[in-house]
Design a binder for this molecule. Structure first.
Ligand code: NDP
Length: 284
């Protein structure tokens, strides 16, 4: 009860002191969104478009990106360009950033959101898949952040990282995915402090999300969990507001924070045994 009350007070205090979102600030903003052919990334592209931003979107499938870019223009984007790229490649992350810098003349927002497909199953020793997923879900983020940093510094821009509750609360069946998200939180959490120490102009926002109703997520967890899934368009909007208001963190839904504190303080209350049912323990 004490933990829950403390979490409520912290939540309300954060709401009161939060900087206000100014939608006008996004008109003409130069934005690169990764993983934007489907899911949350696609929805973010549409929101930026409605705000009149200039967007570059990327993912692997050229034809799907083309359709998303057309929809962005229809919704009001000042520019909507796409570039197909595979984030497992050594060179594509740099190529995508260079494309955005060249065609937009710089960047105000780098929104890193893509993830490679990963099975929802017990880890049975597939080291190669884990290595590949680290490249896609983590190393490409690091590479793109570095490539964009000088431009973001000039524009007083923002780095937005889409992460997961699994970076805070590992659950069964997602070991490679959870490890990539832990790596993201560790790296960008550290970078946030280093940029502050350097009095950098660049803000870093880490967005920690619970289960969202994207097709790929729902396909995986159907039959395994009764955790409610939150709608992708709303969460995409929250991510955009978090970046635009330069907040260091988005945590949605907010209540698992209390569970995480409980886990840190009372680790024995959270052990999983072979008898633990799998249906209610899974978190995202
Ligand atoms: P989706 O699976 O819907 O989208 C993933 C995107 O990444 C697609 O655009 C896909 O396009 C692209 N992608 C996949 N592999 C590659 C690759 N090798 N190179 C480049 N792009 C690639 O994901 P969600 O929208 O569900 O998730 C978006 C973000 O939100 C992720 O960071 C995820 O971890 C996070 N999140 C999602 C939750 C959820 O429940 N949905 C919960 C918590 C966090 P293409 O296939 O065309 O390449």
């Amino acid at each position: 009860k004490i933990l829950l009350s403390a979490a409520c007070v912290a939540f309300l205090a954060a709401r009161w002191t939060a900087p206000r979102f100014d939608a006008e600030s996004l008109r003409g903003a130069r934005v690169l969104v990764t993983g934007a052919s489907t899911g949350i990334g696609e929805q973010m592209a549409y929101h930026y478009a409605r705000f009149g931003a200039q967007v570059v979107i990327t993912a692997r499938r050229d034809k799907v990106l083309q359709k998303v870019a057309e929809e962005c223009l229809r919704l009001g984007a000042q520019k909507a360009l796409y570039v197909a790229a595979d984030m497992a490649s050594e060179s594509d992350p740099d190529t995508v950033v260079d494309f955005a810098l060249e065609h937009l003349g710089g960047l105000d927002y780098l929104v890193l959101n893509h993830i490679g497909p990963s099975p929802f199953s017990m880890w049975e020793g597939d080291v190669e898949h884990t290595r590949w997923l680290m490249k896609v879900n983590f190393l490409s983020y690091v590479q793109m952040a570095w490539r964009s940093l000088a431009s973001l510094e000039q524009s007083k821009g923002s780095l937005v990282i889409v992460s997961s509750l699994l970076a805070k609360m590992p659950s069964p069946f997602v070991a490679p995915y959870a490890s990539t998200k832990h790596a993201l939180n560790g790296f960008f959490g550290s970078l946030y402090h280093e940029l502050a120490m350097k009095k950098s102009n660049v803000s870093v926002s880490i967005c920690t999300l619970g289960l969202i109703d994207t097709e790929s997520a729902m396909d995986k967890v159907r039959g395994y969990t009764d955790v409610p899934a939150y709608p992708a368009p709303e969460r995409a909007f929250d991510i955009i507001v978090t970046g635009a208001t330069r907040k260091p963190e988005l945590f949605y839904p907010w209540f698992p924070r209390a569970l995480i504190l409980n886990k840190e303080w009372f680790p024995s209350s959270q052990t999983t045994s072979s008898k633990t049912p799998t249906t209610t323990r899974l978190e995202f």
